[in-house]
Design a protein around this ligand. Structure first.
Ligand code: PLP
Length: 386
């Protein structure tokens, strides 16, 4: 089927929740994708921070093939080797000893909200203005944007918001009745917002004082995106729970909630479950993804190439004709460029040059390419902008 036929078929039968571009991607390798018309694109969207090891990495493809030939799915009634091994690996690289697997970031956050309630016997969750945690009723209740929340009121009770980065405000609001404070170590959908120095540490102290759990949503910042395995590792702080998804499975759908041992043990059989959660193929893909990240030094690469890209973009600010660029911010290869309302124009211009970019608002472009991206590819994107 060609693009027009697929678009027409989708229009007829798919529920209309996505604004789609008139492009049908059919193939990908590394930082490149191809569409049905034979165009090749440089991909700085990467499935929204998913394809960190690049599209169709041979190790991931091989792991999926091998597992699919053995067992595609089995219930969590039974033990699953790749699931147990993945939990061990995540424990090794993070703070947490206990892992629950779901299929998406939303589900990981949903699990985190439930676990925080059960572990503390409290219901109040404090999230941040500008946050994005998902769109199921629980995770949507922790999501800030009124556009997403408005049509679905009433949401889950006992959620409230504080300004991101405001230590005083969080001090005033958190009490012994608060189950959890839920924050992104860098707000992604909110505009690539970096917390002020010392903020996450201060929140940790406040949570310690009140017996409140600290949950970091690492769905976007996790798995090397920011130049460390996890966004929280840029700070002197350890959370009680994190949520993961996006790049964890190298493109396969998988989410994880990781908890400290004593917190994770608050869940007992029947408290939570997922038919597909920790599926053998998704876990095998995730193991292959992590191994590839380690063998190919992709976290260091994220740090170094991210710093390179940030500097190249910052240089644009100093050029006279670019007074519409306000700020460049980010960590590793999670970078935001704040403009004066020019985000769409830049995304359109890039598309004409066969580069995929994504805007998170009218002002901010978010760059989240595969961590395998080269300096030459970064130069190409930067030269498109300035
Ligand atoms: C920080 C964060 N949390 C949660 C989610 C939701 O993840 P998913 O779309 O996999 O459900 C996203 C998605 O963009 C996200 O960026």
């Amino acid at each position: 089927m060609n693009l027009d036929e697929v678009a027409e078929l989708g229009e007829k039968h798919l529920i209309d929740v996505y604004n789609r571009l008139p492009i049908m991607l059919e193939g990908g390798q590394g930082t490149r994708v191809w569409d049905s018309e034979g165009n090749e694109y440089l991909d700085f969207v990467a499935g929204i921070a998913v394809n960190s090891v690049g599209h169709c990495h041979p190790n991931v493809v091989e792991a999926v093939r091998e597992q699919a030939g053995k067992l595609i799915h089995c219930s969590n009634f039974y033990h699953i080797e790749s699931q147990a091994k993945l939990a061990e690996k995540i424990s090794e690289i993070s703070f947490g000893d206990k892992v629950f697997f779901g299929n998406s970031g939303t589900e990981a956050n949903e699990a985190a909200i439930k676990l925080a309630r059960k572990a503390t016997d409290n219901t109040e969750i404090i999230a941040a203005e500008g946050s994005f945690h998902g769109r199921s009723l629980g995770s949507l209740s922790a999501t800030w944007k009124d556009r997403y929340r408005g049509p679905f009121q009433p949401l889950v009770p006992d959620f409230s918001f504080v300004p991101y980065g405001d230590t005083e405000e969080i001090k005033n609001r958190v009490s012994g009745e608060t189950a959890a404070v839920m924050l992104e170590p860098i707000q992604g959908e909110g505009g690539v917002n970096i917390p002020p120095e010392g903020y996450l540490e201060a929140v940790r102290d406040i949570c310690n004082d009140t017996g409140t759990l600290l949950v970091f949503d690492e769905v976007q910042t996790g798995m090397g995106r920011t130049g460390k395995w996890f966004g929280y590792q840029h700070h002197d702080v350890e959370p009680d729970i994190i949520s993961l998804a996006k790049s964890l499975g190298g493109g396969l759908p998988i989410g994880a909630m990781v908890a400290k041992k004593e917190v994770g043990e608050a869940f007992t059989p029947g408290d939570h479950a997922s038919t597909f959660g920790g599926n053998p193929i998704a876990c095998s893909a995730a193991l292959a993804t992590i191994k590839t990240m380690e063998n190919d030094n992709l976290i260091k690469r994220s740090r170094e190439h991210g710093a390179y890209m940030k500097n190249q973009l910052k240089d644009l600010i100093h050029q006279d004709q670019n007074n519409w660029i306000n700020e460049v911010r980010g960590r590793g290869l999670m970078i935001g460029l704040e403009t004066d309302g020019k985000a769409q124009e830049i995304v359109d211009k890039a598309l004409e040059k066969k580069v995929l970019l994504n805007k998170v608002s009218e002002d901010v472009i978010r760059f989240v390419p595969p961590l395998t991206v080269t300096k030459k590819e970064i130069d190409k994107v930067v030269s498109l902008i300035g």
